[in-house]
Design a binder for this molecule. Sequence first.
Ligand code: ATP
Length: 240
Amino acid sequence: MISIKAENIGLNYNIRQKISLSPKAVKLHATGGKITVNGRKKTIKALDNVSFELSAGDRLGLIGSNGAGKSTLLKVLYGIYEPSEGNLQVSGKIDALFNINLGFRKEATGRRNIFLRGLIRGWQPKEVESRMDEIIEFSELGHYIDLPLKSYSAGMAARLAFSIATNLEPEILLMDEWIGAGDPSFQEKAKTRMELLAEKAGIMVIASHNHKLLKNVCNKIIHLQEGKIIQSGAPDDLLE
Ligand SMILES: Nc1ncnc2c1ncn2[C@@H]1O[C@H](COP(=O)(O)OP(=O)(O)OP(=O)(O)O)[C@@H](O)[C@H]1O
């Protein structure tokens, strides 16, 4: 069964550099998680007591100002960071689209990257080959597919990453501001593809400042501030 259950999740980043906080700066309202200094131990509390449950078909949008904890929550869900507190249960094959450099090789061609990415996702070489043409066609990269990734623009790399991630049928797809990179025509195609994915009863979690996009795509919204959930509910109630 595809599901995510987060119970009282907390995530602290430990800061190794020497920092000194002026009393004035501490009093000012600042963006980002709470910074604490306890003797020599300095931490940023990026997530604080975050709880929610998602099941098949849910498309969750994460909103909040810069430093609110959206990317950190995605990284915790993906397993890059262990929560410092709380319990997290993730059931389902998970893929993430939040860092083009993650899991991609700059020196390898687009085609080779599709192949490698497929293997990482647990597909047999034959299965990846059978999906290759569809992935390339969706990306509209044409001859560029046989050039190294380092020669792609940011939007071209995003097209490749999105085409691979959504064609390999993840049960859970995590995305961070991916939409910013593609051009309007690709974004339209991407939206249709995401709706299709959602119909297949997967789970999507998207962190974005683009409320219009989230309203179109999501059925649930969580608003984070300083790592805490300050609001959660339906897109119509929480988004302009
Ligand atoms: N690698 C890191 N080391 C230390 N602190 C970090 C690290 N990454 C993020 N933070 C801190 O964690 C908090 C949450 O950051 P995060 O990147 O999750 O915010 P965000 O909501 O995704 O912001 P944005 O909208 O700007 O992308 C911030 O206070 C940030 O300074």
